[in-house]
Design a protein around this ligand. Structure first.
Ligand SMILES: [Zn+2]
Length: 101
C-alpha cells in the first residue's frame, strides 16, 4: 500500500503519504481532520476509556476499537461507519489513537 501511494505522487520529491490516507477517504465528508489529541488519547488509554468517551460524546461519535493504522484500520472504519453513522454523527474516536472529525 505504501508503494502504491509513492507511485501516485504528483511530485517525485513529495513526502510519502500517511498510511492513514485511505481512512480519510472512507469518511463521507468533503473535509476530514485527524488529530492525535492528547486529551482523547489519555481518556481512551484508561481502563474505562470507552465508558468515559460515551459519557463525554454520547452518540455523536462512532467509536472504533484499536486497530494498527493502515489498511486494516481503514477497512474497520468503513464497516463501522456504514453500520453506525447517522445524522447526529460528528466524528470518529479511534480508541488509543485519536479523533477524526
Ligand atoms: Zn492517526
Amino acid at each position: 500500500m505504501v508503494n502504491e501511494f509513492r507511485t501516485h505522487l504528483a511530485r517525485a520529491d513529495a513526502p510519502t503519504p500517511s498510511v492513514e490516507a485511505i481512512l480519510h477517504a472512507v469518511i463521507p465528508d468533503k473535509y476530514v481532520d485527524h488529530t492525535h489529541a492528547d486529551a482523547v488519547v489519555a481518556i481512551t488509554n484508561t481502563r474505562d476509556g470507552l465508558a468515559r468517551i460515551r459519557q463525554a460524546y454520547g452518540e455523536t461519535v462512532v467509536v472504533i476499537p484499536y486497530v494498527m493504522p493502515g489498511f486494516d484500520l481503514s477497512r474497520a472504519c468503513a464497516q463501522r461507519l456504514k453500520a453506525e453513522m447517522g445524522p447526529k454523527t460528528l466524528g470518529v474516536i479511534l480508541m488509543n489513537h485519536g479523533v477524526f472529525s
